[in-house]
Design a protein. Sequence first.
Length: 415
Amino acid sequence: MGLRDTWKQWKENRAEQQEEVVDLGSVGADLISALLATEQMGADKVMEIPEVSGTVDLIGAVVAATPIRLYDKEEDTVSELTDDRRVQLLNVDTGDTMNPAQFWRAVIRDYMVGKGAYIFVDRDALGNICALRYVEERYVSVQMSQDPIYKTYILNVGGRVYYPHEFIKIIRRTSNGARGVELAEEYKTLMSLAYAQMVFERNQMARGGNKKGFLKAAHKLTNEAIEALKGAFRLLYSNNKENVVVLNDGIDFKESSNNAMELQLNESKKSMEERIAELFHTAPKVLKGMASMEEMNTFYQVVSNTIFSTIEKALNQDLLRESEKDHMYFAFDTKALLRVTMKERFEAYEIGIRSNVLQLDEARKMENLPALGIDMMRLSLGDVLYNPKTGAIYTANTDKSSNIKKTGGKEEDED
């Protein structure tokens, strides 16, 4: 036997004496690769992410619970119009199959996640508004003109053509006023990663939380035995029907430690909630119901400055007649959002009444109490009243009147 044959024989004997290791790490490799592959995201998939759906649902509930008022401003006087048909449609009955709560939740979903919210303004033959009909944004297609300056467009819904003034358009991010950008497209990487984490956790639960690992064999295994073991473990990891794998004598299963990919996913999951909360300018505690009164008031202010403001401008543009736009406007009644204690609320009323910002009956109305018919304001006897326009001065304590422009500042009784 030559030297080369001796060396070959020694290697074969050495391989038989060593323990055989069958790596089962590849069992879950396909799963992770699939999760991190480019995912075709859309509004429906984004809404499956708990942090996104929770935030959208919460903001939708806030909008639905906040009444919308219509005001008429004439010079320095602002009056609320309570008998206008449009107020009833926005707050009481939309005239469609959806009640206002369902209506605004759907609008907020399309506004925050989709390409925009579209509301058809249904008018009768005389031009009076008889219903507000929500239309899912996926049924609305926009055809823009080619002019980048004088932008015009038409809307196509169900094969019919409509003009912009026939719809209320509430759009979050847009460059033409007709169509926005979906959240999944605007934040593609973040939404894909959040969705992948959710799917990864779901698959782990589906396979009973089984860990990946490897098999250690005391003797060399044939290719048939290796493939049989891998097949058995694939069944174990893919579903719960095959819960038992029988290992022959000399074969031992060892769990593998978390690889770099798993560690990265676990670490990323810890910060994903905060990142999505920052995206919506919302504290994570708000979604969990653990926010303090101050944090809730901050959340309401964010909603008021962003969502409410956008909806108000859309209503003013598309729901008011041209002759009304210079003196009428819609606005959310945000007083209902103030979360303060009864003591703080009544102290605020007291300050408002004492400073003549509120009348007594106005404060009682805020507490849903009947009016007393008292339209007078309180004045202190020690106050001196001055009218800068006419120069008139009145001292209530002494019941004396004068006019600084006529007397040069000297007090003089006037009848």
